[in-house]
Ligand binder design. Structure first.
Ligand code: SAM
Length: 258
């Protein structure tokens, strides 16, 4: 993708999330579950109780609330690319954290030295995942760690299959797997996977949920289906439809893991 195309895509992603901030929570069952699972991992990690914590793509604050509760003495910097998401987060958490509108893959203007950088289901929107993780890793304090959840390759396999069965091209972006995750070279890391199988009433319910979250932006360069093809697709998914969310829980360490 050239610079202009990727900038356009990022603007569409930002606008879509910004427009859905007020209704996000009621559509975000899987996002809530994943944020809870990531929070459990973070709470079990050997972290300084009064350290500095940066969250990327905090959205309305599912993970942020758990961080604030688990680390009452920490400095919390909560960030998101969409200002209205950040505003919902502020309504949930109040004035204790710092809030910054920030493109997480270009974290300019932050002081660095974070003991923890956390992110739940935001990194899959990065245009340059490898570069973004590398730049975030550089903001860790010695001994610090980045802990995130993002989408993996098997995500929405059923949706891809339904397209394939009709000879249609699926717009779901390509996500990395555990075997080809773009870690910075030589950086100590760890990765675990989980498959969450989420039921929907039918294909239409699945599409409606993604739109309600602001998560409808397709893969770069994808041509939308014609109305007729889209109708055929939804007709093929008229009974209960299960979508797999392949979650990658990653950890990146600044120095050897403690
Ligand atoms: C699926 S929501 C997840 C929000 C929240 N972490 C949660 O678990 O509910 C994705 C969030 O990432 C944000 N986002 C997308 N691209 C981003 C980027 N490049 N930098 C920072 N945030 C981004 C969106 O605005 C949105 O709030």
């Amino acid at each position: 993708m050239n610079g202009k195309t990727s900038e356009d895509r990022k603007q569409r992603i930002t606008r879509a999330f910004a427009a859905r901030a007020s209704g996000y929570d009621s559509a975000a069952d899987v996002q809530w579950l994943v944020a809870s699972r990531l929070a459990e991992r973070i709470e079990a990690a050997p972290l300084r109780p009064n350290g500095r914590i940066l969250e990327i793509g905090c959205g309305t604050g599912f993970l942020s609330a758990r961080l604030a509760e688990a680390f009452p003495d920490a400095e919390l910097v909560l960030t998101d690319i969409a200002a209205s998401m950040l505003e919902r987060c502020r309504i949930r958490l109040g004035e204790r954290p710092q809030y910054r509108v920030l493109d997480g893959e270009r974290p300019h203007g932050l002081e660095g030295g974070f003991d923890l950088i956390a992110s739940s289901l935001a990194l899959q929107w990065f245009v340059d995942l490898r570069g973004g993780i590398d730049r975030l890793g550089a903001l860790l304090a010695p001994g610090g760690r980045m802990m995130f959840a993002t989408l993996g390759r098997k995500t929405f396999g059923e949706w891809r299959q339904a397209h394939g069965a009709l000879g249609l091209v699926c717009g779901t972006p390509e996500y990395p797997g555990a075997d080809d995750f773009p870690w910075p070279p030589a950086a100590p890391h760890r990765l675990e996977e989980e498959l969450i199988r989420q039921p929907y009433d039918d294909g239409h319910d699945f599409v409606r949920t993604l739109k309600a979250l602001g998560a409808g932006e397709p893969a770069p360069g994808h041509q939308p289906l014609s109305p007729g093809s889209f109708r055929r697709l939804l007709t093929s998914l008229q009974s209960e439809f299960t979508a797999t969310y392949h979650i990658l829980y990653g950890e990146l360490y600044a120095g050897e893991p403690r």
